[in-house]
Design a protein around this ligand. Structure first.
Ligand code: APR
Ligand code: MG
Length: 199
């Protein structure tokens, strides 16, 4: 995304008082299911439709009252996803990357957390009862990791949606780095979206 700059966590933490920190998390779980009984799902990966009509990851701004970035992230996950998130905690070890540029003086930190499918399904079931449901969060979605025979349906069509901040790039990078998809097909998507976002 134009204007977004990556930075190291240490650099981000040294930015000073004028900056607001936000944390978001990709939650995923191995999924043995098959679409139409023949297309392997491989993993369930959660994103959400946000209040602004864009797709993003659950999470949000860290408050001064939060003891750490991760305390803020886990509090936001509770507000946006509901009580089922109490079964796990996203930790510093789940941290992946940071970017500036998605808002004025906003630095956004990205995490990825592997759950069991049972934990992930519990999050989905509880989400309509979360505090922010119907307000900041319009609904959870799973990311289709497959491509249908027409070459467009599935992940390619999903990636054509509008995404907040660096969410599309974070998704593609996480799918690759966590081994959730084979790297050949992912490299094609990444190249396509990188080319498109150039002026
Ligand atoms: N990559 C980079 N930046 C992101 C990403 C992402 N994947 N996702 C969100 N952001 C940015 C948003 O653009 C926003 O500036 O992080 C900031 C906070 O994220 P949100 O999830 O939108 O914040 P949250 O605390 O959940 O609630 C939204 O923000 O604008 C206010 O009044 C609005 O109360 C609302 C709140
Ligand atoms: Mg949010």
């Amino acid at each position: 995304m134009a204007g977004v700059r990556r930075l190291q966590l240490a650099e981000a933490l040294a930015l000073g008082h004028g900056w607001r920190h936000a944390c978001h998390a990709l939650l995923y779980a191995p999924d043995p299911g098959q679409l139409f009984g023949r297309i392997p799902l491989r993993y369930a990966v959660l994103m959400q439709m946000r209040f602004d009509g864009r797709l993003g990851f659950p999470g949000g701004f860290v408050n001064v009252q939060d003891g750490s970035l991760e305390d803020g992230l886990n509090r936001e996950l509770g507000e946006e996803l509901g009580e089922a998130v109490a079964a796990f905690r996203v930790e510093r070890g789940d941290y992946r990357s940071s970017v500036t540029g998605s808002g004025p003086h906003v630095v956004a930190h990205f995490y990825a957390k592997r759950l069991t499918l049972e934990q992930l399904v519990a999050v989905e079931k509880g989400a309509p009862h979360a505090k922010d449901h119907g307000l900041e969060v319009l609904g959870l979605v799973r990311v289709p990791l497959y491509t249908l025979r027409d070459g467009v349906g599935g992940l390619p069509a999903f990636l054509e949606n509008s995404f907040i901040g660096a969410a599309r790039e974070q998704l593609l990078e996480a799918l690759q780095d966590l081994g959730l998809m084979d790297s050949g097909s992912l490299a094609r998507f990444t190249q396509y979206f990188t080319r498109r976002s150039l002026p």
